[in-house]
Design a protein around this ligand. Sequence first.
Ligand code: NAD
Length: 409
Amino acid sequence: MKQFDQAAALLKLTASQTAMIKQPRKCVEVTLPIRMDDGTIKTFTGYRVQHNIARGPAKGGVRYHPNVSLDEVKALSFWMTFKCAVANIPMGGGKGGIIVDPQKLSHGELERLSRRYFSELEEMFGPDRDVPAPDVNTNPQIMAWFMDTYSMHKREHLPAVVTGKPLEIGGSKGRVLATSLGLLFATRRAVAANGEKMAGLTVAVQGFGNVGGNAAVLLHQDGCKILAISDQYGAFHNPDGINVPEAMKYAEKNNGLKGFESTKLAKKMADPMELLELKVEILAPCALELQLTKANANKVKARYIAEGANGPCDSDADEIFNKKGIFVIPDILCNAGGVVVSYFEWVQNRMGYYWSVDRINRELEDVMNIAFDAVYETQLQYNCPMRVAAFAVAIKRVSVASEMRGLYA
Ligand code: NAD
């Protein structure tokens, strides 16, 4: 909200304009009774929030986690509105969740819970209403169940109701690498804006999962030297550069980087948080939120921060980075590649024609470059931080769309 308010002030939005776009438009809570394998019935709570639909159907993942709450889902849906707007894809923001630890459910229980969630909220979803996707603890299989449940109810084949589906039933090529490729394109643009080249720049990447692991590989392919990587098992450092393809093979084989120091390709760092303070040119936090705060932001030596994760820097850290002149590529821009390829999946489903991975990546690059340039120009125009500029670009687009549509009353 602080990020939003700063950008809204810059744009001189009126109180009415702000009111139109700040709050979620619809929040629904459902109770989901599920027959467990032992014959008992258990109830779960599910949510779907549509934050804004002025620019198109709501878009945003469904999270399965014991800590899901309506407040969290609302906040995440707010972020989605502005992430879609900054990328300029014709979609609004939404998010959903179920309070559940999916590890405690059998395959059958998980399927029944997923189908019940989708059918309870059937009126909210639809290719032209609200299009969910995977998030924490949800995956292509669950998206397939969502799509099947909806299509069965409607007696039609409707793959565009959900994205992140398996390739066999209308998923898109390029989805796995999309977020990391988007990060690469945005980072390249930032580096070029400063008149520099990627080759030879040093990098530290926090998180070695879908986003961080692939980002490390892509940055390495671009000629960067990856000095440190980390995951939940620790951080690993090599001042001469890590052999990232080998690290990837290791992580795939061992389900993470645990014991990676045994390969002698890098040394384990005593404190994994020190990775964030290494002398590198690019720092890519790609793991968790709130990793950079006033406790460590002053010690950051990187010149670029590429936010692969959502919300890795808090507002104190942001202020410090601005003072230090660090080039922050903010999350809503930097990690938008995932939602952009989700949008491409929706487009392909509606066309009934599927693109090659080359076309996906080419179109993704165009979208990311245009988005980056809009934010960068806004930053120059208002002489403000990149994050505020990203929100300003996005808020303006949402606000103009809302005003043009007017109030139906
Ligand atoms: P993931 O589960 O595949 O990977 C997360 C990684 O972070 C794992 O390697 C894990 O070991 C590591 N990790 C966990 N705790 C850590 C710690 N304390 N220190 C260092 N590493 C730690 O998840 P992901 O899909 O890569 O998502 C990572 C972040 O990117 C999240 O914030 C997510 O919301 C955001 N994001 C993901 C996508 C996407 O397409 N996957 C899109 C946009 C944003």
